[in-house]
Design a binder for this molecule. Sequence first.
Ligand SMILES: C[S@@+](CC[C@H](N)C(=O)[O-])C[C@H]1O[C@@H](n2cnc3c(N)ncnc32)[C@H](O)[C@@H]1O
Length: 263
Amino acid sequence: MKYYYREHVEGYRRVAQEGKRAWGEIHGDDEAFDAFPSRPFLDTALSRLHLDSPQPRALEYGCGTGPGACFLAERGFRVDAIDLIPAAIDIAKRIAAERGLDIGFAVHDVCELPTDGPRYDLIVDSYCLQGIVLEHDRERLFGAVRARLRPTGYYLVSSAVFDPARYSEDAVVVDDLSGRRYHAYGDDLFAADTDTVYRKLGAEKDGYEDAIRIAGAWWLPNRCHRTHEAIGEELQAAGFVILYGNGGHFVCARDDVGRSDMW
Ligand SMILES: C[S@@+](CC[C@H](N)C(=O)[O-])C[C@H]1O[C@@H](n2cnc3c(N)ncnc32)[C@H](O)[C@@H]1O
């Protein structure tokens, strides 16, 4: 089982059981559907994009129950939206239908997104990226996004970033076998060499192929928490130029286009 699977299955089971409408609502934000966390950024960014097609085509990956996808469809985009978790997509389809919105929802793992297929004027990541942790998964994701972005398209990213308040320089666990150092990061451990946040599983590996053993217990790669600057460097290395960036939000374009009027 992939490291990102069960947390999201369990999260959306709660969303469904508790009659909630969005991921953020099980994390204490009751307005998380219509006031979803990246909405202020998207509002501002969309007002500045130069989209030449009359009905631009958008893809949101990690769409959850569809707050961002509905937001885009309500603004005239023709939207496809994917998420890993079937229960999330079921709720997304119901909410979009209630709003009379025609959105192409599908269950899909973004780390398996093919490089061929429809190309988009806009691709949106609304807080999915920090859950795609391993380097090879992030590289595949960025490669597919770049391939699926039209030459004049935009890639809008909102990601959680490294939180210094959770990090302890002094509380360190050193794994005897590998010699690798992990810093306390709230209740988790942080590997500074890869910016990986590990969450404790305990005595059992629990079916996770990517779990690792640290100091006698099993830990799961759970988040990638880079600084804003480090995510920016990663995006540039993956073939994007950054037109705007602040606080984990990025407006990117393909680096092979060089159109000066994009932002
Ligand atoms: C923090 S939630 C945000 C959901 C939604 N964008 C919102 O604003 O409510 C992250 C979402 O990414 C999805 N996700 C995580 N890993 C994924 C993957 N490999 N492929 C597709 N979706 C994934 C989760 O199921 C979850 O819905």
